[in-house]
Design a protein around this ligand. Structure first.
Ligand SMILES: Cc1cc2nc3c(=O)[nH]c(=O)nc-3n(C[C@H](O)[C@H](O)[C@H](O)COP(=O)(O)O)c2cc1C
Length: 173
């Protein structure tokens, strides 16, 4: 879906009575395009992806080496990647617009609201690593999420409860 099509869909949602829209960039089926990040989450894919966890242990180190060559890289930029679409859509509708995607610092979140890009900012991975991050922003105790955009959280949920893995799967005893 391109931004002009998303504008048309947003108008249809408004006409249908939706209270607001959130601007994302696809569903979880889009993988690294929706949850962007600087590296291929090889270990997590080998541990939890339903296609790759069937690879026999003996072959996993080899697969780990070739996987980055086979897996499409996450598109750039890694931050603020739905901002332009949100701006377009906000101009086209009167209902509140929220935007999500790589908005991980207090400065970026504030700017998105202050410059009128959106009415709300949403965050996903920052809440997984630090559920109290908004309180910490409000209290002046923190200004940026510690999320490294490793994306292990999203891949590992195929097998494990949701949590921040911070780019590493601990060896089990
Ligand atoms: C663990 C996890 C599960 C997600 N599940 C969905 C989903 O079911 N549908 C969806 O549209 N986006 C899903 N997302 C994408 C987020 O809504 C969001 O667009 C993305 O993580 C980028 O925002 P962030 O930089 O604040 O994490 C998921 C993201 C994570 C990390």
């Amino acid at each position: 879906m391109r931004p002009d099509e998303a504008v048309r869909v947003a108008k249809m949602l408004e006409a249908a009575g939706c209270a607001g829209v959130e601007i994302s960039s696809g569903t979880i089926a889009e993988g690294l395009a929706i949850m962007r990040g600087p590296r291929i989450p090889t270990d997590a894919l080998l541990a939890a992806n339903f296609k790759l966890d069937a690879v026999p242990g003996l072959f996993k180190p080899g697969v780990a080496r070739i996987l980055p060559l086979l897996t499409p890289a996450s598109p750039k930029p890694y931050r603020l990647y739905n901002i332009d679409a949100a701006r377009l859509i906000r101009k086209a509708v009167s209902i509140p617009v929220s935007v999500v995607g790589g908005i991980h610092t207090l400065e970026d979140a504030s700017r998105v609201i202050e410059d009128g890009t959106a009415d709300f900012v949403s965050m996903s991975r920052p809440f997984i690593i630090e559920p109290s991050i908004v309180n910490r922003y409000q209290e002046g105790r923190q200004e940026a999420s510690r999320c490294t955009m490793c994306n292990y959280c999203a891949i590992m949920i195929e097998k494990e409860p949701l949590r921040c893995w911070n780019g590493r799967i601990p060896k089990r005893a």
